[in-house]
Ligand binder design. Structure first.
Ligand SMILES: [Zn+2]
Length: 114
C-alpha cells in the first residue's frame, strides 16, 4: 500500500499547486493586483482540508510501519484497518486519475496486501 500513500500525496501536491481558489462572487477575483481582504474563506478552507488529509495519510503510514515491525496486537491491527479504510475513501475522490488502481477501491481490502 506504499503506492497508495505515494498516490495520495501526489494528488495533495496537485491540489496545493492549484493555488488560491475563491468562490465565484469573491471580491478577490475582481481586484486582482490590488490589496484586498478575502471574505469567502475558501482558500483557507482548502489549505486546512489538504493539511487534514495529509495528517490522515501520515497516520496511515505510521500504522503501516508499526504493523510491519511485528506489533501484531489487536489494537495495532484495528488501527491499521481503520486508517486503511480512511485512505481508500480519500483516494476514491481521484479514482478518475490514470494512476489510480481498482484494487484501492473500498471494500476490496483482500487484494490490498498482495
Ligand atoms: Zn475569496
Amino acid at each position: 500500500m506504499d503506492d497508495l500513500i505515494a498516490f495520495l500525496r501526489a494528488r495533495l501536491d496537485d491540489d496545493e499547486q492549484l493555488g488560491e481558489i475563491h468562490t465565484p462572487d469573491c471580491e478577490a477575483r475582481n481586484l486582482y493586483g490590488w490589496e484586498f481582504v478575502c471574505r469567502c474563506d475558501l482558500p483557507a478552507r482548502r489549505s486546512a482540508d489538504i493539511a487534514a488529509k495529509r495528517r490522515i495519510v501520515d497516520a496511515y503510514e505510521n500504522a503501516t510501519r508499526i504493523a510491519a515491525q511485528g506489533h501484531n496486537s489487536a489494537y495495532a491491527a484495528g488501527e491499521l484497518a481503520a486508517y486503511e479504510t480512511a485512505v481508500r475513501a480519500l483516494a476514491l475522490a481521484d479514482s478518475h486519475h490514470p494512476d489510480y488502481r481498482a484494487e484501492w477501491r473500498p471494500g476490496d481490502q483482500s487484494a490490498a496486501h498482495s
